[in-house]
Every structure is written in structure tokens, then in C-alpha cells.
Design a protein around this ligand. Structure first.
Ligand code: M6R
Length: 366
């Protein structure tokens, strides 16, 4: 049932090209310039009238929400706030009737997310679910929704759920952008076409496996690891760090690269591996200077670069090359080598990759 893979996690990492395609199949019509999602069309006015979108989720799903925040604000110019469901539900939050709440959950059973949904409904908000498990509690409790088509995710560490959540949320943001006219026609079409190409680029990103494994062998005994990214890839840094800590038990932290100066830079010495997502995109020069700052303090740089990159390559100790895409879609690619890196480190440390200690696949108690 692991399909020839040693672990479910690895199988699920490798399923991503197929399940991303499954998730946009029938919804993304790049040639016609259309996105068809019943849950959105049926409720389009609610989304268009929304003063803001509130996203509630936990863990990796919360990271997908953070990526979505950048995408929604850029594409559809709707203000977005992303909340940990557990904090939101106990904070006496301000929820208005004109708020659209998007709840993201792979399992559809996470207790805090479910409670946040109930609270939002009590306040009259429209609640939209992005779930993977059909018929789950969250899919039933929400007013409408769109499923991810990741298939069963068995590994406790979420991988394909994350990338399919981002796929669904990107489709929604694009549909709203089209309805609102917040993207130019040519940008809109370019995004549709790029999204259609993502599965084959994820397939290419999976070819970094050997490189990731070789890097894993060097750093498997590191006590700490830092992950840095900017913009769309800041949440990917958080997700990379979560993946490493939950399956390898190495202490890892993700930060927006520019925050480094405000504290974490004190941690950097020759013992500290720093994974930097350094794509050739907006603010590239900023990330290059962040890398220089780490180098001058003898930190070890593992950089996830765009293919053909030379500038970061000259500075980094290790590079992992992935294909180029538009900035907004890059998290779907940059996250792949980070999943592989964590996987190999955990295997080399003889950890229980699919069922890490202390963790449950779905957290049905708060
Ligand atoms: O099923 P959900 O998406 O609601 O689960 C949320 C988190 O419990 C989950 O993403 C958790 O953080 C994973 N173990 C991360 O890999």
C-alpha cells in the first residue's frame, strides 16, 4: 500500500504532481480563460461583497493560509487575516456579517478549527471550507466549500495536503480577481497557464531528491536549523521548519528573512545550517544580502534557487535548483525540496517518519 516507497510520507511527496492536477482538473480551463468552481460561483456575491477574508486553520493548513493571504491580496485586493483557529476562538474576535471566513483543514476534524467555524457562524459570517476528507465534520459544518483532491494522506507530516490547499486557494483568488477586474487580462491568463504547468514543474522539483539526500547526510546531526524566506516564500520557510521539527526532532525555526536582524542572527555560527529560499524573483537582491550577512557570520547556507542562478550559487554552501515559475506560484515548487530534506534527515536519524512521537494525524481534542 506504500506503492513501493519506504514510507507513506515519501509516497505522498511523490504524488504531488498528480494530486495537484486532480485538484485543478475540471476547475482550471486555461485555454478558455475560465475557472469553474461551483462553491465559488454559487456564492460569488458574498465573496465580492466581503470587507475582508478571515482564514482560520492550524499547523500546516495555517501555513497554506498564510501563502493564500499573499495571493488573495495581490490578485484580488481583498484584505486577508490569517488566524490560528485556537487563538481566534478564545479571543472574542471581531467577526462581521460581511466577513467571509475560509477554514482550511486536511482532515476536516481539527477541534479548534471546527470551534472557530461555529463561532464565525454564530456571528453571521459566511464560512467556506477547504477540506480534503469528503464528508468530514468541517465540510459538513461550513456553508460551502471546495475540496482538495489529495487523496488519503496517511503520513502525520502533511505534504500533499499543503500543496493542494494552495492550489485550491489560488484558483479562488484568480476567480475573484477575474470577477473584480483586479488583474489585467494578460496577467490573469498568464497565471492560469502557469498553474497548469505546475504539476510538471513539481515533477522536476522532485528530481532534487538526490541533492536533498546528500545535504541531509551532512546536516543530520545538527541540533538546530533556521529557515528563511521572503514574500510568498516566507510561509514556506515556516512550513519547512515545521516539517523538520516534527519528523526529525531537530529544533528548527522559520523566519521572514529580514527579521533575522531583529534577533535570530545572534544564533548564527559555523554550526548553524540556514535554509534560505532564494528564488530569482522580486526582492532577490534583498535575499542575496541576507545570505551575505549569514556568510559573514560563518553560517552554513543551503539555498533553494531558481535554475540557472549564479549569484546565490557563488555564496551558498549548497544549492538546490528548482524550475522557474511566476512568483505567486513558487511556494508550490520551493516546498518540495524542503519536504525531501526533512524526510531524508528523519530517515537517517532513524525516526518514525510516518508516525512521529507525540503526534496524531488529526487533532480532535483541543
Ligand atoms: O487536518 P488539519 O489540516 O486541520 O490539521 C492541522 C494540523 O494538525 C496539521 O497540519 C499538522 O500541523 C501536521 N502534522 C503538519 O505536518
Amino acid at each position: 500500500e506504500k506503492g513501493g516507497y519506504d514510507h507513506f510520507m515519501l509516497k505522498e511527496i511523490y504524488e504531488q504532481p498528480a494530486v495537484i492536477k486532480d485538484t485543478y482538473r475540471g476547475r482550471l480551463h486555461a485555454n478558455e480563460g475560465l475557472i469553474k468552481m461551483a462553491g465559488i460561483e454559487d456564492n460569488l456575491q458574498k465573496f465580492l461583497n466581503a470587507d475582508r477574508i478571515l482564514i482560520v486553520a492550524c499547523g500546516t493548513s495555517w501555513h497554506a493560509g498564510l501563502v493564500a493571504e499573499y495571493i488573495f491580496e495581490e490578485f484580488s485586493r481583498i484584505p486577508v487575516e490569517v488566524e490560528y483557529a485556537s487563538e481566534f476562538r478564545y479571543r472574542n474576535p471581531i467577526i462581521r456579517e460581511n466577513d467571509v471566513v475560509i477554514a482550511i483543514s486536511q482532515s476536516g476534524e481539527t477541534a479548534d478549527t471546527l470551534a472557530a467555524i461555529k463561532l464565525a457562524k454564530e456571528h453571521g459570517a459566511f464560512v467556506f471550507g477547504v477540506c480534503n476528507v469528503v464528508g468530514s465534520s468541517i465540510s459538513r459544518e461550513t456553508h460551502a466549500g471546495a475540496y482538495t483532491h489529495a487523496g488519503p494522506e496517511i503520513g502525520v507530516a502533511s505534504t500533499k495536503a499543503f500543496t493542494t490547499q494552495i492550489t485550491v486557494l489560488t484558483l479562488i483568488a484568480l476567480r475573484l480577481a477575474q470577477a473584480k477586474g483586479t488583474l489585467t487580462n494578460s496577467d490573469f491568463h498568464r497565471y492560469l497557464q502557469e498553474l497548469e504547468l505546475i504539476p510538471e514543474k513539481v515533477q522536476q522539483a522532485l528530481e532534487t531528491n538526490d541533492t536533498a539526500k546528500a545535504i541531509a547526510a551532512i546536516y543530520k546531526d545538527a541540533p538546530n536549523c533556521l529557515y528563511l524566506g521572503r514574500g510568498y516564500n516566507f510561509p514556506v520557510a515556516l512550513e519547512g521548519a515545521l516539517k523538520l521539527k516534527e519528523i526529525s526532532y531537530i529544533h528548527a525555526e522559520g523566519y521572514p528573512a529580514a527579521e533575522m536582524k531583529h534577533g535570530p542572527i545572534a544564533l548564527i555560527d559555523e554550526q548553524m545550517p540556514v535554509v534560505v529560499i532564494a528564488q530569482k524573483q522580486e526582492h532577490y537582491d534583498k535575499i542575496v544580502s541576507n545570505i551575505q550577512e549569514i556568510k559573514s557570520r560563518s553560517g552554513k547556507i543551503i539555498a533553494v534557487v531558481t535554475e540557472g542562478d549564479t549569484q546565490v550559487r557563488a555564496l551558498a554552501d549548497h544549492v538546490i535548483e528548482i524550475p522557474r515559475t511566476v512568483d505567486a506560484l513558487s511556494p508550490l515548487l520551493t516546498t518540495i525540496p524542503l519536504q525531501l530534506l526533512s524526510y531524508h534527515i528523519a530517515v537517517m536519524r532513524e525516526c518514525n517518519v510516518d508516525q512521529p512521537r507525540n503526534l496524531a494525524k488529526s487533532v480532535t481534542v483541543e
